[in-house]
Design a protein around this ligand. Structure first.
Ligand SMILES: NC(=O)c1ccc[n+]([C@@H]2O[C@H](COP(=O)([O-])OP(=O)(O)OC[C@H]3O[C@@H](n4cnc5c(N)ncnc54)[C@H](O)[C@@H]3O)[C@@H](O)[C@H]2O)c1
Ligand SMILES: [Zn+2]
Length: 364
């Protein structure tokens, strides 16, 4: 078991990494005297039913809540309905532990309700997608949607323990798996050229070795995220780099009625931001070409989105194309030298950055 200090509240979080679901076996004895609520992604439960049942089916005082992982279930109104349902079947006292198992949607909702029921239940998370393993589980941020705004309502709340089961990734189809690496592509693109080149090769390859992917990409990406958050847990300083692409992604998700999922939307958002940086000679067109190759493999073709009249009409997309907060944030971070390290991918001439930043944000 590894221990990390939570960047958010400096508490210890236990991380258990293993190949199979049996890493959860000790939970049965550890939680014997507790009330346990397991919130599990319905799809994950049906794909891994045998392994899941072996651990949870006979656990005493355990209620299982199957959760449909769609963005509409992150709407705050749906979340309150879920809390109502739970309150009827669970004597939620301090002695209750919530175990959330699934991708980012399930972990966001699970973390949020754990934070607010009885002012805080103990939380254990089992992320089941690359994005949830490398990003959501470690971010401590739990957002729900309201009034068509992503993550309008939310909180910071740490899990006590995170279980990372490598083999759970086998049940994700190859295209979804590759798309779901996008937050790691984002991090590496900005912070680490070597890791970017590695993730590029993996995405380009025909067969992905899951264990290798976890060991070389997913887990390092999680550790890198923790490092960034350690000094900036609320992502308001250097941590803003983690929001790269999101100023476009979130409105686009909303405008599409959440038909465009988060990973795909972030890929598009990054395209928009990078195109901006290329036009300012801050990001090389050669490296942009590599990003475009990734988009091609992910079957994300800009023409499918850019020329969609409906999306244009409904979203902030166009205005974001013209001037996004993310580009400004990134330029500022570069200017302030906070992203300077010998592994940084983006090469720049400081005069260009200064010129571009001054043009854009005036004398702020
Ligand atoms: N709070 C944060 O810090 C943060 C960071 C990144 C993303 N997010 C949020 O996370 C959500 C996206 O999460 P996501 O992409 O991890 O997944 P998801 O929860 O959106 O799930 C996507 C699909 O994958 C399926 N799935 C999950 N695990 C699977 C597995 N092992 N095998 C087969 N299918 C599986 C689900 O059933 C679902 O159909 C978005 O709502 C996004 O806003 C939050
Ligand atoms: Zn994101």
């Amino acid at each position: 078991m590894d221990l990390i200090k939570s960047p958010y509240c400096n508490r210890q979080i236990e991380i258990v990494v293993g190949n199979d679901w049996n890493i959860l076996e000790s939970l049965e004895s550890e939680l014997r005297d507790k009330n346990v609520l397991v919130l599990i992604d319905k799809g994950v439960r049906s794909l891994h039913q045998e392994a899941f049942d072996a651990i949870f089916k006979n656990m005493p005082n355990c209620q299982i809540e199957l959760f449909t992982a769609v963005e509409s279930n992150k709407q705050i109104s749906s979340v309150f309905k879920l809390i109502d349902r739970i309150s009827k079947k669970l004597p939620a006292g301090r002695n209750t532990v919530l175990v959330a198992i699934g991708g980012g949607i399930t972990l966001n909702v699970g973390g949020f309700i754990a934070a607010i029921i009885r002012r805080g239940l103990d939380l254990v998370v089992v992320p089941t997608t690359p994005m949830a393993m490398s990003d959501v589980a470690f971010g401590s941020k739990h957002g729900c949607n309201s009034n068509e705004v992503k993550h309008y309502i939310g909180t910071y709340y740490d899990p006590k323990r995170i279980y990372l089961i490598k083999s759970v990734l086998h049940s994700i189809d190859s295209l979804k798996l590759k798309r779901n690496l996008i937050e790691s592509v984002k991090q590496f693109l900005v912070l680490d050229k070597n890791l970017f080149n590695l993730i590029y090769q993996i995405i380009m390859s025909n067969n992905i070795d899951i264990e290798y992917l976890f060991d070389e990409i997913v887990y390092p990406s999680a550790l890198q995220k923790i490092e960034i958050l350690r000094n900036d847990p609320k992502e308001i300083g250097a941590g803003r780099v983690l929001l790269f692409g999101h100023a476009v992604a979130h409105p686009l998700e909303v405008a599409s009625g959440f038909k465009i999922p988060h990973d795909e939307a972030v890929a598009i958002g990054m395209y928009v931001e990078l195109a901006e940086l290329v036009s300012r000679n801050i990001f090389s067109s050669h490296d942009f070409g590599k990003y475009m190759e990734i988009l091609e493999i992910l079957q994300i073709r800009m023409k499918n989105y850019v020329y969609s009249q409906e999306l244009f009409a409904k979203s902030l997309f166009l205005s974001k194309l013209k001037g996004s907060d993310d580009s400004v944030a990134l330029l500022n971070l570069i200017r302030l030298g906070q992203l300077q390290n010998d592994k940084a991918f983006i090469s720049w001439k400081i005069e260009d950055v200064l010129k571009a930043t001054t043009e854009r944000v005036g004398n702020e």
